[in-house]
Every structure is written in structure tokens, then in C-alpha cells.
Ligand binder design. Sequence first.
Ligand SMILES: [Zn+2]
Length: 203
Amino acid sequence: MRAMVRRGAREGLLRGTFGNVSVRVEGGLLITPTATDYLKLTAGDFVAVDLESGRASAGRPSSELPLHLAIYRALPSVQAIWHDHSPFAVAAGLVADQVPIFTGEGHGLIGRSLPVAPYLPSGSVALADAAARALAEAGAGACLLRNHGAVAVGPSLFAAYSCAIAVEEAAMHYLLTRDLHPAKLDDAEADAIRAAFAAYRMR
Ligand SMILES: [Zn+2]
């Protein structure tokens, strides 16, 4: 987990102390701590949290813990959550209610399109519920949070990280082409790709 988080920081998905990452474990989750430089994280810095009570056993979990709790509670298949404030994702969330997707990896990891949850205060239960609802209603692997960032989920941490990259790329493709009538796959093609990715089960 530490290696993946550091990789995300090196690749620019996690900048400064913005964003947070978690994995599901027996009875709860392990989440990045609040206000810590991701490049200096040690394995002992991750905070264990009970899923039912939402309480940390020790340490200070990310202030956006409610987002992670709501998603794990609502979506039992989710094994990892990657939340970042990557710039194209933020920008796309300002101008679209649904961000279209144009590539195979985008459809495979995210779905037909990328839903955008409304702005609500960071760290609030209301935002957490809105994000979980956006993911569940669209059956999507990711959603954007307006005026905030992106959330990507997956059956493993590597899958959630890959999905976060697909989100940032989808947002960039959208912003670069939205006035140019870009070619788009139809829903049947998108669904076929998503089913193929599910069968492949990225680990
Ligand atoms: Zn955030």
C-alpha cells in the first residue's frame, strides 16, 4: 500500500497532502493519515478504522474518512478507494454533469461515463453519501466531486489506482475535445468492454 501511494505521489495524482487512499481489511479499512507528506509515509502511518463504528484504533485518519466509510458500506465489492484532487478531473467536474469516456480502458474501469456528484463540504457525511450514491446509481468505477476532486474504486488497490489514472485521462480527453465533435463508442460497445474487464479481473 505504501508503495502504491508513493507511486501516486510521484506520478502527480497525489500532490502535497491532498487526496487519500484506503484498502478494505477484515472488519474495516486501512487509510492514509491526515496531513502527511505521501513521499515520507511509512508502513506504520496507515490508520486502521472499524467499518461499523468508524473509529480509528490509533493515529489520525484522513479528514475524508467519511467518504471511504460510506463507499465501503454501500458497495461490498469495493476493496480499495483512491481519492485525489488531480487537475483535469477537477476541471472536468466544473463544466459537466456527466463526463463522456472515449477509450477502452476508460469504459473498462469506469463505465459508460463518469458521473459528477454535487459540491458539498469536504469531509462531510453529506458528501460521502452523495459520492456513494453517484457510484452506485451509475454502476461506475469512479465519480467526480464538483469543485473538489475524483474518487476511483476497484477490486484491488492496483485496480483503484489504475482507475484513477483512467479518470484523469478521461477528463483530459473530454476537455481537449469537447468543442470538436469527438468520436464516441455507443453504450453497447462500452458495456461489452466493461464486461470484458470484469471478467479479466485486474489485480
Ligand atoms: Zn479531497
